[in-house]
Ligand binder design. Sequence first.
Ligand SMILES: [Zn+2]
Length: 263
Amino acid sequence: MIRIQKLATPPEKLVQDGKTKRRSHCSSYSRNPKIYQLGERTFSFDCNIYAHKSVKQALIQAQHGKCCFCERLTGIDGDVEHFRPKQAYKQATGEPLYRPGYYWLAYEWDNLYLACPGCNQRHKQNLFPLQNPSERAISHRHDVGAEQPLFIDPGKENPEEFIRFRGEVAYAVESNVRGQATLNTLKLNQRSLPEARLQRLQMLKRLWQIVQLAQSDEKAGDAGCQELAGEARHSLERAIQDAAEFSAASRWAVQTKFQFVIG
Ligand SMILES: [Zn+2]
């Protein structure tokens, strides 16, 4: 995970149509909260607004076409994901599903990200654990600012302060509970992610080795080797930029001189 900088101005579709929908959902809830809490009535959210092509395109641009959690390149195949679930939520896997969810944030720019189907549909789903569940905002009258989410919000904080990498393996810095919860819930050290990261890191390690070799006395006068090293250095620089797939893991591999990258 890396820090995501979205444009400060939300896409027009959210401002216009999203605001109207939000107002109507909030007044419906206020009229009869019980039927929504019991699940007798549910909100119908319009994906033509929150996942409108202009919204998705703005997210693709802000996130360089990568999943906000696992940093896989997804591009147009990614889902528009709600950080705080819109329809219902769970504090933890196996715990009850509570309704309604954060219906008033369904069209809020801050609450939307691009995520791969694996992270969004298979693992995060309706989960939104809090450190302080009793402070949970359960309607639009409550302040989500009082919540302390366990998931790291890449639009508001820098995930690299919570999660780092030893080779292809992600770990929570000083075993912090939020990094751990994000890693465990989204299974960021499972699925095919470590293998995919390792493959990339091994390729980068080769480039790094070329750069090291070119710096030796023996190769100092070798024009061919120096040229190759220049290209390798350039590729390494690109690989640690935000736009590159698995950039966080790559940054830590470079920082630790690839000592944890096997092969
Ligand atoms: Zn993902």
